[in-house]
Design a protein around this ligand. Structure first.
Ligand SMILES: [Zn+2]
Length: 484
């Protein structure tokens, strides 16, 4: 059955309407090249490339050595590494106590049902508590003087983007601590950018316990808080975005940069349990990383350079919350207002999408947010690959990868993918043998041609402003450009 499908696709791919230089570009990208990159990056030797880990560092060295082999210019001064100095912060819960007291009752938290995020060590004894209740995201913020320096008990519905933003505003009013109901998890290390000056931050205590929820509801009148948060433990770590440049050929357009990106980290090794515990992250995202390396190779080997400059960049820390791409957005190596577009790549190898086979297909998040979607569609017509908008996934996955960091700044940025969802997602079974490298070859060739055309076109890629979902990005784009 599979052989038959491949035969049909090969036949469909044959009548190519590619220009000779496009065929030449695409021909460098092969299934073997992609397999070679993915099989190393997703090998057990790299132990799932957690951020931070030795496996991640080894992967970064591999990426840099590939750029070196291709003779590409380093993107961070003399180096391929943009090094982010961060602290890995762990909050110990031994010695944590939380007690609420009110007229006629009290509540004492079980430390195993509590988690602390952010902030520093804190000790409160009989501190007056202020209860803030939100029933809708439109409820007003309390006045600063009523909460500043106080212990705030927040009662609000389950978290959503609107409430997250509102909570951020509440924290900006500088309470001593924010205590709220919420999911707790095994205390993980958090990564924070290391700075010479650390402003005092407000710790957020989350308690997942019905007793706490009841206490929060039954409180009325005065209440006090006894709280002890032990000091967090900090460990310095250096993390690396890996960056190389291919300078454009056009005297004017070469100032403009197209970013080709993917995250090279994954989630490491599962603690405890039977059998294979290494989460290899072959499809997520050794495949996107291999895509960027293969694009780098195709463009580096091509006799003609494209008019715009191409930047190849692999991010750390996506799985920990887009940390590498957000770091880059705060510390750009190329002027943001000259950054014409970002094509980010994720999950390019597996075709066994949960909703059916993705052989011969290609999709992207924000497929109809920017003109890049149309470029992919047209390139796919010439390579026999169908580029399409994936129902609701193309919209809902927009914020779930590194394109978001640049989109927030107004740069047209999408994530290209073959399958958004697949059976071994974030499991030890995401191994390199399961990728369809022949299909991946066609998909990545299609991307190469779309990038070639984007880099050579007279006009840069644009947000599609008629799509209401792009409103905030269109606004950010005009801010980015209007401010000059
Ligand atoms: Zn990923």
């Amino acid at each position: 059955m599979k052989r038959f499908v491949l035969f049909v696709l090969a036949a469909a791919a044959a009548p190519a309407a590619l220009a000779p230089e496009e065929s030449r570009l695409a021909s460098v990208i092969s299934a073997d090249l992609l397999r070679a990159h993915v099989s190393f990056l997703a090998s057990d030797a790299l132990e799932g490339r957690d951020t931070p880990s030795r496996g991640l560092d080894a992967a970064a060295e591999y990426l840099a050595s590939q750029f070196r082999r291709l003779g590409l210019k380093p993107g961070a001064g003399q180096s391929y590494f943009q090094t982010a100095s961060m602290d890995s912060v762990q909050q110990p819960m031994e010695g944590f106590t939380l007690e609420l007291k009110w007229n006629g009752g009290s509540y004492s938290a079980d430390p195993s049902r509590a988690a602390v995020m952010g902030g520093e060590a804190l000790e409160l004894n009989g501190a007056p508590a202020v209860r803030v209740v939100w029933q809708s995201p439109d409820d007003p913020l309390p006045p600063r003087e009523s909460v500043a320096g106080k212990a705030v008990l927040l009662s609000a519905p389950a978290r959503s983007a609107a409430y997250t933003e509102k909570r951020r505003q509440l924290l900006a009013l500088e309470p001593a601590v924010l205590i709220t109901a919420g999911p707790t998890f095994r205390a993980r290390a958090m990564l924070e950018e290391r700075r010479t000056f650390q402003p005092r931050r407000v710790p957020v205590v989350m308690v997942s316990d019905s007793g706490f929820a009841q206490a929060l509801e039954s409180l009325n009148g005065a209440a006090t808080v006894n709280l002890r948060i032990p000091p967090p433990q900090r460990q310095p770590v250096d993390l690396k975005n890996v960056v190389a440049v291919l300078e454009g050929s056009d005297p004017k357009l070469k100032d403009q940069v197209i970013l080709l990106t993917a995250h090279y980290d994954h989630v490491g090794v599962r603690e405890g349990g039977e059998g294979d515990r290494i989460l290899n992250g072959a499809n997520d995202n050794a495949s996107g990383t291999a895509t960027v390396l293969a694009l780098a190779e195709a463009f580096a080997r091509h006799p003609a350079r494209p008019r715009r400059t191409l930047v190849f960049m692999l991010y750390f820390g996506e799985e920990k919350g887009l940390i590498g791409s957000r770091y880059y957005a705060r510390n750009p190596l190329f002027p943001l207002h000259k950054t014409a577009a970002n094509l980010n790549f994720e999950q390019m190898g597996r075709t066994d999408d949960n909703s059916g086979s993705r052989a011969g297909k290609l999709t992207a998040s924000g497929f109809d947010y920017t003109t890049l979607g149309e470029l992919l569609t047209l390139a796919g017509k010439d390579t026999g690959v169908e580029a399409f908008k994936d129902g609701s996934n193309s919209d809902s996955f927009f914020s779930r990868s590194d394109n978001q960091a640049l989109a927030d700044l107004g740069i047209p940025a999408i994530t290209v993918s073959v399958a958004w969802t697949f059976p071994d997602y974030h499991r030890p079974g995401d191994e390199w043998e399961k990728l369809d490298y022949e299909n991946m070859e066609r998909a990545v060739r299609t991307c190469a041609i779309a990038v070639w055309r984007a880099a050579n076109a007279d006009t840069a890629p644009q947000w599609i402003s008629s799509n209401p979902r792009t409103a905030r990005y269109v606004q950010a784009h005009s801010q980015l450009h209007g401010a000059r």
